[in-house]
Design a protein around this ligand. Sequence first.
Ligand code: GDP
Ligand code: MG
Length: 456
Amino acid sequence: LSDRLTETFKNLRSKGRLSESDVNKTIRDIRLALLDADVALPVVKEFTHAVRERALGAEVSEALNPAQQVVKIVNDELVGILGGETRTLRFAKQPPTVIMLAGLQGSGKTTLAGKLAHWLKDQGHTPVLVAADLQRPNAVTQLEVVGERAGVPVFAPERGNVFGHDVVTATGEGTRSHGDPVAVSRAGLEHARRAQHDVVIVDTAGRLAIDADLMHQAADIRAAIQPDEVLFVIDAMIGQAAVETAHAFQEGVDVTGVVLTKLDGDARGGAALSVASVTGRPIMFASTGEGVKDFEVFHPDRMASRILDMGDVLTLIEQAEKAFDRSQAAEMERKFLAAEDFTFDDFLQQMAAIKKMGSLKSILGMMPGMGQMKAQIDAFDEREFDRVEAMVRSMTPFERNHPKQINGSRRARIAKGSGTSTSEVNQLLERFGEAQKMMKQLARGGGLPGMPGMPG
Ligand code: GDP
Ligand code: MG
């Protein structure tokens, strides 16, 4: 989608003024681009209609750059369909707040349960996960692993004694599906009340396709636990099937919000548009990988920019701020102002901060214009980063703070200690020396423009 729109806008940018035929041509391209991205036809129609009306209407001012105007109109319409402002979780007046997850099998519910719990815990909540997916023998174990990774307790039905796989219900009745998810959900809620957890996240079962049994089960759980939020979890790569699936869950369970998963994959726009428009519910969170931290609050405006390949700059900055400790930032600033040497210790700190943001690839992917550089990003070798870090770690504290004193025998020792070659160490020192010089110049010039997390 992005590449296609980038092409369209490039053509527009080179023109002076928007004529009706320009608009029509643009609309055709946008229509094709959206269909290409598996946005459902009715959604595409509605979208292009709105854009066309506005582009041809009074709002087109001849004084402004026409391409900018169309970008703004397309962007506004995208944001509108994606849900306008961000909506946050609704917490119960009387805890615990109950959050139920629903969606097809493999959509990422269990993974999301861990991320959401981790995120809530970070904000001082005391969440508990409830294993109400009793469909697959391994589902309970999977949630337990997820909970452990997130550092959050899991409420699971008591186990039978056969390899920990058989599960009996909280009421003691066995069913074909290893237990009664409604009873387990209820018991989990009771447990949360007793143990004073302020948020309960209920992980439910999914099927590979929509089926009546699954819908009934989800509806029954919903009725039993009266959740404050029912989050519909959907894989962003699902394509055209997004419409049918979203429709079924909206009808069958009545969801209150949407979570898009696997946004780290290729399909970045289509499902988001379709689901938001079919359910009329806000997309609240985005899942961007398999790790517990690959999770973001969903921002419609940023998603719109992402679809338009303007890059998700805001998300990037937000992540950088989180990762880059304030006191570290202040210390860096002091060093800059004093035009002191940037040392390898500072460098290690920054590497750690960058790592906290997630993989370098995912960071690159969020930067503007990177849609066109996909091949290069894919070829980027994260191990290169590890080699540099190994070299720095093989330096003594003295060496880290006095890079200029690293002579030939020290270089050979560092290469040996880090499993690299002397020429690699030479290269690193050379580049580091240049970076030091550049930073000093910048410091004298007043600040370091455009570096996330850096004041000034
Ligand atoms: P569930 O059946 O809905 O509970 O789905 P799971 O949570 O078990 O996820 C199914 C698969 O998708 C697992 O292999 C997850 O690791 C993977 N997965 C989940 N969320 C994401 C995501 O945001 N990005 C990527 N790349 N993989 C994900
Ligand atoms: Mg699951």
